[in-house]
Design a protein around this ligand. Structure first.
Ligand SMILES: [Zn+2]
Length: 97
């Protein structure tokens, strides 16, 4: 849906605002993993709630979201997913070592 993608100087990004945010949120992954920044798993799960709530309330037609909100909740969710992946990666590594 073109209206849900971010347009910069006439160029519309191929992903929607939410997915663009999630992708940017994944950029936290190497910092968490390689620099050993520790965040608890529950925080990773919690950080996904704003996006889920934003998407769910829109899908249920309680309200209409906007690209700024999709983008921001996407970044937060991407960070949360990075925390979840790093937590499980460290768990697996600690089992193997
Ligand atoms: Zn998307």
């Amino acid at each position: 849906m073109k209206s849900r993608s971010i347009t910069i100087k006439g160029h519309t990004l191929p992903l929607c605002a939410r997915c663009t945010g999630i992708l940017l949120g994944y950029l936290f992954f190497p910092f968490l993993f390689f620099f050993g920044l520790y965040f608890p798993l529950w925080l990773g799960i919690l950080l996904n709630f704003p996006m889920v709530l934003d998407g769910w309330t829109q899908k249920r037609q309680f309200r209409e979201s906007n690209n700024r909100l999709r983008f921001i909740t996407g970044i937060v969710s991407g960070l949360g997913q990075s925390i979840i992946i790093v937590s499980f990666s460290q768990l697996i590594i600690s089992f193997l070592l």
